[in-house]
Every structure is written in structure tokens, then in C-alpha cells.
Design a protein around this ligand. Sequence first.
Ligand SMILES: [Zn+2]
Length: 75
Amino acid sequence: MDTAKLGKRYRCYACDTLFYDLNKEAAICPKCQADQSNAPKPERKIQEVAEEASPDVEEIGDYEEDFTEKTKDKK
Ligand SMILES: [Zn+2]
């Protein structure tokens, strides 16, 4: 199967449908018509989390277990 003809693969941010943009300019979800260019940027989210978490994790050390339990309770 020649996936190059299908273009870029996307997972719709709105409904999780996997689809290809078929090399069109706009990647529109075939299921819910969500424009993937409106999707929240996942890279930025990861960066924000990393910046927030990494300095504290090293400092707190033993406190980490307690923190995990508190996070579970929140769910
Ligand atoms: Zn969708």
C-alpha cells in the first residue's frame, strides 16, 4: 500500500478518528469535519508539563510517592 498518496496521517483531536489528509491543504476530519489546523498543539502541552514538573521532581525526592497518591485521589 502506497501511503504517500494518502498524505499525512492524522488523529482527529475532536473525535479520535484516524484519517489521511490526501495531500490536501486542509486536513478535515471525514467524520466530524473538524479542521486539524485548529487542534491544540500537543508539543506545547508536553513542554509546559515538563517545565512545570522537572525542577520540583528532583528536589522533592521522597515526597514523590505522596504526591502520586494525592493525584490518584483527585481522579
Ligand atoms: Zn473528527
